[in-house]
Design a protein around this ligand. Structure first.
Ligand code: MN
Length: 318
């Protein structure tokens, strides 16, 4: 990866916006914060911007309190560095990026990246953008301190699903080993990111498991998440993250569906599959989209109506 082309750019300019996609995950935040801390060490003026709320579970990350949403007029920089974002729409700036900065650097590991930067460092062989930032900092001779190491570790460990996914490579394992040598505590990060749950989210889990149903052949598992459950448990949107997996993980299930009641008579449908059903095709039929194993759509109607139309469509794909 030709990180050296960033060398000139970083020494030449002084003000940077470092940003990533909405609904930020561990890689978005980890890479934004690692790069922010590193550039600040070089004496640069850095604005870490993410145009969405930061999930509570990532609040332990160093400098996470500095991340905020774009505030139009005053937020300008010479260079904008966009991380982990396949297209600029995912950044949700609600303004032309060219009006905010003079130069766009796009650093990403998504195959689908649209190459929207003036410099595009895009390579899908990296586990995470955090791993790319690691090599970038090495190339720039910026020392990796414990704060930067914590952020990069979080990027890698979340994007590889705790080293369970196929993007777990020898390279990222070597990087992790070095980060642990620097002082990162894997048990601490694992507890913060994967284990700690709000009481509300566990109470919500109890509610939605009560709604779990399985098709006769055992291949479809589906659950309901009503507005009442949200009110009763006091759960927040981020507390609903990953709940669908309880349906997907059942032995024999191929497709899991979560029906989430929204305002205005709408139902948000989450779809997951395990091996062979391409759920993005099902979601697309209803105006949504996603990946083969994880997709979603939002449909107008009652829970009963939407359940009926989604489940009959899922059956056609089985
Ligand atoms: Mn990523």
């Amino acid at each position: 990866m030709d990180f050296y082309i960033l060398n000139n750019l970083i020494s030449k300019y002084n003000s940077f916006i470092v940003t990533s996609h909405i609904a930020p995950d561990g890689d978005a935040l980890g890479s934004v914060l690692a790069l922010t801390i590193a550039l600040e060490k070089l004496g640069k003026k850095v604005l870490p911007i993410i145009n969405d709320t930061i999930p509570q579970k990532f609040r332990f990350l160093p400098c996470s309190e500095k991340v905020r949403a774009f505030a139009s007029e005053k937020d300008k920089a010479e260079v904008m560095i966009c991380l982990d974002s396949g297209d600029p729409g995912r950044l949700e700036f609600k303004k032309d990026l060219r009006d905010i900065c003079n130069f766009i650097v796009n650093i990403d590991h998504h195959k689908s990246n649209t190459m929207y930067g003036d410099i595009n460092l895009v390579n899908d062989s990296y586990s995470s953008v955090g791993e790319m930032v690691y090599f970038l900092l090495k190339g720039l001779n910026i020392p990796i301190d414990i704060d930067i190491a914590t952020c990069i570790y979080t990027s890698i460990i979340t994007d590889t699903g705790s080293l369970k996914y196929s993007n777990t490579t020898p390279s990222c394992l070597k990087v992790l080993a070095e980060l642990v040598e620097i002082g990162v505590k894997p048990d601490f990060i694992s507890r913060e990111v994967f284990e700690k749950k709000s009481l509300a989210s566990v109470m919500l889990l109890k509610e939605i498991l009560g709604s779990l149903k399985i098709s006769e052949d055992g291949k479809i598992a589906y659950m309901r998440l009503t507005k009442d459950m949200m009110l009763k448990t006091g759960a927040k949107e981020e507390d609903t993250d990953g709940l669908i997996n309880y349906a997907r993980e059942i032995d024999g299930v191929e497709v899991a569906v979560l029906f989430k009641e929204q305002d205005n008579f709408k139902i948000k449908v989450g779809l997951r599959s395990n091996q062979w059903v391409d759920v993005s095709k099902i979601a697309e039929q209803f105006g949504g989209g996603g990946h083969a194993r994880a997709a979603g759509c939002t449909i107008e109607g009652s829970l009963e109506e939407v359940e009926h139309s989604i489940l009959s469509t899922v059956r056609k794909y089985l």
